[in-house]
Design a protein around this ligand. Structure first.
Ligand code: TRP
Length: 413
């Protein structure tokens, strides 16, 4: 019998932990470079569109499963499946999430390592307490960079780049990239939100808490774009440097900014490392919760196993950046790209679809207005309809078309 999660005793704990999870490399490293790779404007607009139409509803579904199931991702789903007389096989959705989390952990740690390397710093303080002011500091710094970029960089080109629509960028791959990035950035699809949802105090409402976290996360991603592109474009750098944008391009940008850059640069990488660290912890949480609750391990033992496993996986990811950088797997350039693709664009969307179908079709009777904090019938109906029809159909069509394009270079548009 799986044990239940213990609960947080206040409402800010969920908000802090979930925002700490959501705001990470995905926002500041991933979002700008993917926007750059996919031509800017269209990607950004699609991203915002998907955050609102699919991201928030599926985010709420994931938190709901955790809050109602009160346990690790696998056990929560099993409990709810039983309650709704559904097959216990639905737990595959939870296992899928855990698989995604292990792979993501394997490459995320490596990028976080780059951050520390590029900032030449190391953090040695009580990280959870530090989050309370470091996270707001990251917000403030990014806003300050936007302001500075508006003056010292080329703000109108940056804005134009981020928001202007170029029809030729429209492809299944761009849509899949935008959805994949949206899910990744919001920490959807691998049980993190279920685990955090299971620690939520009973009087906290799923809808409101989800909306706060999703808004903060999207805000930071857009601000990161507004901070980086005006500076990079203004100093004549190319916006599509791929995943080296925040590292190689931005260190060069900071170098050109003289004394301001010498101050802002290290601070930027330091705060990015903090954001990455809190996300990393949340990535490990589904597997740790699973091992402690389902297999009665101590947290220390579970964490050791999970970290050891991720360490081994991360060696593959590291090798993708050097000795195996030419070892392509299908259309994917190297093992690092392959891990990233398989976890972010392949698994997260699959698990997201599974959660959406599970909550929409199997848990309709279990959903209650009070847990969700949605007392308007029409709104509730809309949420369930999105989970039942819109999100599964849309996600699977895009998933199929995107995979055909990326893996086999078969394009329909
Ligand atoms: N959202 C984080 C980021 O933007 C990464 C992350 C943390 C994540 N937990 C997750 C991604 C769970 C997917 C699922 O960097």
């Amino acid at each position: 019998m799986a044990s239940q999660s213990s609960q947080w005793n206040n409402n800010t704990a969920f908000l802090l932990a979930a925002t700490g999870s959501a705001v990470g490399l995905g926002n500041i490293w991933g979002f700008p470079y993917k926007a750059g790779e996919n031509g800017g404007g269209l990607f950004v607009l699609l991203y915002i569109f998907f955050v609102i139409t699919l991201g928030l509803p599926v985010f709420m579904a994931e938190v709901f499963i955790g809050k109602k199931g009160k346990s690790n991702p696998v056990s929560s789903i099993e409990t709810l499946a039983k309650k709704s007389k559904s097959s216990s096989k639905w737990s595959i959705v939870g296992y899928g999430g855990i698989l995604a989390s292990l792979i993501i952990a394997g490459y995320y740690a490596v990028i976080a390592g780059f951050v520390i390397n590029y900032g030449f710093i190391s953090a040695d303080k009580g990280i959870d307490k530090a989050m309370r002011f470091l996270l707001p500091m990251l917000f403030v710094l990014v806003i300050a960079m936007v302001g500075y970029g508006a003056v010292a960089g080329d703000f109108s080109s940056g804005l134009n780049y981020l928001f202007s629509w170029k029809a030729e960028d429209f492809s299944a791959g761009t849509i899949q990239a935008a959805i994949g990035q949206a899910f990744f950035s919001m920490s959807i699809g691998m049980g993190t939100l279920m685990a955090f949802g299971s620690y939520m105090p009973s009087d906290q409402k799923v809808s409101k808490a989800s909306a706060v976290v999703v808004t903060a996360d999207t805000g930071v991603a857009l601000l990161a774009g507004l901070a980086i592109f005006p500076l990079a474009l203004g100093l004549g750098f190319s916006p599509n440097a791929g995943d080296t944008l925040v590292f190689v391009t931005m260190t060069e940008v900071f170098a050109q900014l003289g004394s301001v850059g010498q101050f802002v640069g290290p601070l930027f990488y330091f705060l990015l490392a903090v954001a990455a660290f809190s996300s990393m912890i949340s990535i490990l949480e589904p597997s740790v919760a699973y091992l402690t609750q389902k297999h009665s391990m101590t947290r220390a033992k579970a964490s050791t196993y999970v970290v050891a496993f991720c360490f081994l996986l991360s060696l593959i990811s590291v090798a993708g950046h050097n000795v195996w950088s030419n070892l392509s797997i299908g259309a994917l350039d190297n093992p690092f790209e392959a891990m990233k693709y398989f976890a972010d664009d392949f698994l997260l969307l699959l698990v997201g679809t599974g959660m959406s179908i599970f909550v929409g079709w199997r848990l309709e009777k279990v959903i209650d207005a009070d847990t969700m904090g949605i007392h308007n019938k029409a709104l509730m109906g809309l949420w369930v309809f999105i989970l039942k029809v819109i999100s599964p159909v849309f996600l699977m069509v895009i998933w199929t078309l995107g995979n055909l394009q990326i893996l086999f270079d078969i394009r329909f548009f």
